[in-house]
Design a binder for this molecule. Structure first.
Ligand SMILES: CCCCCCCC/C=C\C=C\CC(=O)SCCNC(=O)CCNC(=O)[C@H](O)C(C)(C)COP(=O)(O)OP(=O)(O)OC[C@H]1O[C@@H](n2cnc3c(N)ncnc32)[C@H](O)[C@@H]1OP(=O)(O)O
Length: 319
């Protein structure tokens, strides 16, 4: 990935300039490592190994939240989440994911991506609820913009993407998994968009994603009830594509990507883009409105009260 990284340094083209400024602002606001430093760190690390190149990107003081490896032979990247206790998505973590997605997307040596978790029994617990509870409004808006960015990048990726779901995957975790091309899951876990159970609303693009994945009728029931499905139920609904024993989840995702790689890439990418572009364009066109809706909704007293109670219930359960 050494070669890759030199090209992955974000260049100040007009389209990338806004994203770069956004990242710069975040790094300044939240003490993240500078984008350039991340790239340099990656550059320095990568040439040291041959086949499996391990790249780490970490914000100051929180190392290895996200581990990215790329297998030279197959071009398959693995992005492993490791943000204890439950891989919840806060602003910094999402920013790291976005930086990694951008780098992999721009890498000619990478053709596939697997997203998985290092935390036992947890794929991703969704959004970090603490980002939404008694928030600083500027940060809250940045947080939501960064989540939108992750969805746009992952759902719109040209890479062959697979979620190796090796644990619980509620809400934002389910969003992340459904944004991939393929989902393989271990048995005995829960997945779904459970927002209504928390007293919050899945925004239109979460809704579009689940509808695109498993059809309208099942989605409208799932969304209103906030159902968390077992792996087996999710398979029956088409929310996930395969269930295999825990220890075979990664290997199955790798095999699946190999299968997809046999299809001419250009044809596959154009097809994927045609299918997903309408949903992505819709979010692009309503992005600022969606951020404002989120901000206004989350900062309502009644929603803050509900979130407070939910956090308490999680803490009690954890004791
Ligand atoms: C008009 C239209 C307007 C539109 C407005 C749009 C508004 C949309 C708003 C928001 C959308 C949000 C999407 C989300 O992703 S919300 C997050 C939903 N996630 C959850 O509900 C998951 C909650 N967690 C769990 O169910 C479990 O923790 C689980 C992941 C299954 C793991 O269980 P277990 O292994 O038993 O671990 P514990 O429950 O004991 O938890 C360990 C500690 O982790 C903390 N925790 C758990 N989840 C979160 C989280 N999402 N964020 C932050 N922290 C979390 C938990 O409190 C424990 O902490 P501690 O040890 O300190 O007590």
């Amino acid at each position: 990935m050494g070669q890759v990284q030199s090209r992955l340094t974000i260049s100040p083209t007009p389209t990338k300039l806004a994203w770069m400024m956004h990242l710069r602002m975040l790094t300044t606001m939240h003490g993240l490592c500078e984008v350039r430093q991340c790239s340099k760190r990656w550059k320095n690390l990568c040439p040291q190994t041959k086949n499996l190149q391990k790249c780490q990107m970490s914000s100051a003081g929180s190392s290895e939240m996200l581990q990215v490896t790329v297998d030279d032979k197959s071009g398959i990247a693995t992005m492993t989440m490791c943000r204890p206790p439950v891989n919840s998505l806060n602003l910094e973590f999402l920013t790291q994911i976005n930086i990694a997605l951008e780098k992999l997307e721009n890498s000619k040596d990478c053709s596939g991506l697997i997203i998985t978790s290092k935390i036992p029994k947890i794929f991703c617990a969704g959004l970090d609820i603490m980002e939404m509870y008694q928030p600083n409004v500027d940060r809250l808006q940045e947080f939501w913009r960064t989540l939108q960015e992750m969805y746009i990048r992952l759902y719109g990726s040209q890479l062959i993407t697979a979620a190796a779901i090796n644990g619980a995957s509620p809400a934002g975790g389910c969003l992340m998994a459904m944004s991939c091309d393929y989902r393989v899951m271990a048995p005995g876990y829960k997945i779904g968009l459970n927002e209504t159970q928390l007293g919050i609303v899945a925004p239109f693009w979460f809704q579009d994603l689940i509808i695109n994945t498993m059809g309208f009728r099942q989605s409208e029931m799932a969304l209103q009830l906030g159902t968390l499905f077992t792996s087996e139920e999710a398979l029956n609904l088409g929310m996930v594509d395969k269930i295999v024993p825990q220890e075979q989840v990664m290997e199955t995702a790798i095999q699946e990507i190999h299968k997809w790689k046999k299809i001419p890439g250009f044809a596959r990418q154009i097809t994927k883009s045609a299918l997903r572009k309408p949903s992505i364009d819709k979010l692009h066109s309503k992005r600022e409105e969606d951020i404002a809706n989120f901000r206004d909704f989350i900062t309502k007293d009644s929603i803050q009260k509900t979130l407070g109670m939910y956090i308490e219930s999680l803490k009690k359960k954890a004791k």
